[in-house]
Design a protein around this ligand. Sequence first.
Ligand code: C2E
Ligand code: MG
Ligand code: MG
Ligand code: MG
Length: 288
Amino acid sequence: KADIAMYKAKELGKNNYYLYNPMLEKESYEKLKIQNELYKALEAEQFILYYQPKIDIASKQLVGVEALLRWQHPKGMVPPMKFISILEETGLIIPIGEWILREACRQNKSWQDQGYPPISISVNLSTRQFYQQNLISMVSSILAETGMSAKYLELEITESMTMDVDLASNILHELKELGVKVSIDDFGTGYSSLYYLKKFPIDGLKIDKSFIQDITTSHSDSNIVTTIIDMAHHLGLRVIAEGVETTEQLQFLEDNHCDEAQGYLFSPPLPANGSGHDSKSIEAFLKK
Ligand code: C2E
Ligand code: MG
Ligand code: MG
Ligand code: MG
């Protein structure tokens, strides 16, 4: 029974007891290591935003980009799945999230100032950020500071974040008052009530890529997707499909009146401007 001792994983938060096993210890150590490095990363300017085009399906025009966080660790690029949850658990998402929002707005305003036709910029919010006390004042002061108009900012939240219905509703109404748009990300993977979709002042639904993957081969997935599109349109919401990788998927979405698409078919997430030999950048998509 020696290895079934209980121990307190302090790094995972107070009051969390875990059954001891060597695998878990290894995992916690790894996590603690990442956590320590994350503390230094913001100051060391190791975070960078990549941007992925969003295309209007009917006109094939670029209508916006989604900002996606990248961590340029000295040993290589770390994908967000590896560290976003640690940022969330440690509360580091608050200062870093503020940096993300400011950087995204600054970049979009800079494109507008350079004479490119205006596009919208989408920024992902985490649960903790969505419920942070000063969210509204933070968003409005970043808009004022960067000079970017609220109508070009879209925030992406997930279904699970709206579980506290009354509070979520208040926050969403305040964001609407600011003129900021809000979409539900990864739609279909979480719990949502149709009643709240109608009640919440949101602008769009983003269908999760797990449904898009098999739309041309799976009847249930294609039915789910067409049902989401119809329902969203009846509620007056825009629909965007994420993870579009093939022309067949795009054709299906076009035939079924999906509004926008995003995915590797058009472009992976890219840096804002090309530098050096690796010069692929989002600016190639912005035509004056
Ligand atoms: P998400 O917001 O749903 O973003 C879409 C993810 O799908 C991105 O992964 C994107 O690179 C990837 N993707 C785009 N097109 C395709 C495609 O055609 N096929 C496939 N298989 N994948 C595609 P990424 O950048 O690794 O981000 C993963 C998640 O991390 C995001 O999911 C989001 O939940 C979170 N995240 C990323 N950046 C931020 C951020 O700045 N703040 C917060 N709070 N979360 C972020
Ligand atoms: Mg997103
Ligand atoms: Mg998504
Ligand atoms: Mg997703």
